[in-house]
Design a protein. Structure first.
Length: 412
């Protein structure tokens, strides 16, 4: 039976961060997952153009995550987290205003890219802060907690949007989402005293602060000789290239090819989030038993098989079964990915390694939409989804290669 007592041992600041991300995610997930459907169906934007917007957004976020990872090692976690949360909330309000007045799609595209940039300055500092506040043997649990709370928000947002469907318009959902994202920012304010949470010796902190002209690119490139981690980053890129299809290609496929309304499309996100909420904490115990690398490999293979099966989907129920299988793989993958990054990182470089991981993640999520859009233009049915699912098998092989080079043990 799963022992939940390990979560009671976590630092209270880890719980505060989790609650903040839950509420903020609830606000954003009420509107942002439906933006791709809004652009392609309501504003008649071509699929290739809409997915290109998503790719540009991801590419900008990838660059920003690399910078944010190194920056948070120097100036602390909280300055970046606070500033990015404020800017992201303001940008969400501007996006809602532009949707309500039917602003040109290029303005919506710019604001969508801005959201990705702001989010990029939240992820690496948040991951690094969780690592700072937890010993190595508690990190799987700590990251699982963050993942679960984020997915409570991600499941609840689309569910609330579905309940409001037909009662209020898409633009009116922003009137609810913006205040919720601001509340998420307020919850995080008790963490302000943790401006520099990294557990470093005082001389190292002083050395970092004395470097007034840091070269952010060099801070990332200097780790290129860590071959094990470079393979890890490559595997992460391949995985997230596939993962993003759930939030871009699949909703378009469901709305345009299966003819599902927004209320039914929203169930894709709700089912995904609810399964993570229900199983993420028990999955953390299983990960601890079988080892993080084995969990990564099994999860990637599960992703590949489940995505390939989407080619057989002809109705909502079969679609949701496939989404459920994808999510079961996800709960094995996500805590293992984040936890292993902090284990692989040398002392004093957790933020930089988190940034490189984030760079690989968002790079995959930026290439993925354009790839999915092109695949939908030229491939159909089973061929489309088997082709996309093959990236899961490639990610599993790359993670295995990383494991060999890094000389990690499955019990690490």
């Amino acid at each position: 039976m799963f022992d939940f007592s390990q979560f009671k041992l976590l630092d209270r600041h880890v719980w505060i961060l989790a609650w903040s991300r839950l509420v903020a995610t609830l606000g954003f997930s009420m509107v942002l997952p439906f933006m791709i459907v809004y652009l392609t169906r309501d504003r008649q934007m071509p699929i290739w153009a809409a997915t290109l917007v998503m790719s540009v957004s991801g590419a900008c976020g990838a660059l920003a995550q690399g910078i944010a990872g190194s920056l948070c090692d120097r100036i602390g976690r909280m300055p970046l987290i606070v500033a990015a949360n404020i800017l992201r909330t303001l940008n969400l309000g501007a996006l809602g205003l532009c949707v309500s007045v039917q602003a040109p799609v290029w303005i919506l595209a710019i604001l969508f890219v801005n959201n990705s940039l702001a989010r990029a300055f939240i992820e690496p500092p948040s991951q690094a802060m969780v690592a700072d506040l937890t010993p190595v043997d508690q990190r799987v649990s700590a990251f699982a907690l963050q993942r679960m709370f984020i997915n409570i928000g991600f499941a609840s947002g689309p569910a609330l949007a579905a309940l409001a469907d037909g009662t209020i318009g898409y633009h009116q959902l922003f009137y609810l989402s913006v205040p919720l994202s601001f509340v998420g920012f307020l919850i995080i304010l008790p963490l302000l005293p943790l401006r520099n949470a990294a557990n470093r010796p005082a001389p190292e902190i002083a050395r970092l602060k004395d470097q007034k002209k840091p070269n952010w690119l060099r801070a990332l490139v200097e780790h290129r000789h860590d071959r094990g981690f470079m393979w890890y980053a490559a595997a992460t890129f391949l995985f997230f290239l596939l993962q993003i299809q759930l939030f871009v290609t699949l909703p378009i496929f469901a709305a345009k090819h299966l003819g599902l309304p927004n209320a039914e499309v929203s169930r894709i996100f709700t089912v995904n989030g609810l399964i993570v909420v229900a199983l993420q904490l028990p999955a953390a115990g299983l990960i601890n038993r079988i080892g993080r690398m084995r969990a990564l490999t099994m999860g990637c293979i599960g992703y590949a098989v489940a995505y390939s099966a989407l080619g057989l989907a002809g109705n909502l129920m079969f679609l949701l079964v496939c989404v459920g299988a994808i999510t079961l793989s996800e709960v094995m993958l996500a805590p293992s990915q984040h936890s292993l990054v902090t284990t692989l990182a040398p002392s004093g470089s957790i933020g930089a390694y988190a940034g490189i991981f984030g760079l690989a993640q968002v790079a995959g999520q930026s290439v993925g939409p354009a790839l999915g859009g092109l695949a939908m233009e030229y491939l159909n049915g089973m061929v489309l989804w088997v082709a996309l699912g093959s990236f899961g098998f490639m990610a599993a092989l790359a993670y295995s290669r990383s494991h060999h080079l890094s000389k990690l043990r499955t019990s690490a």
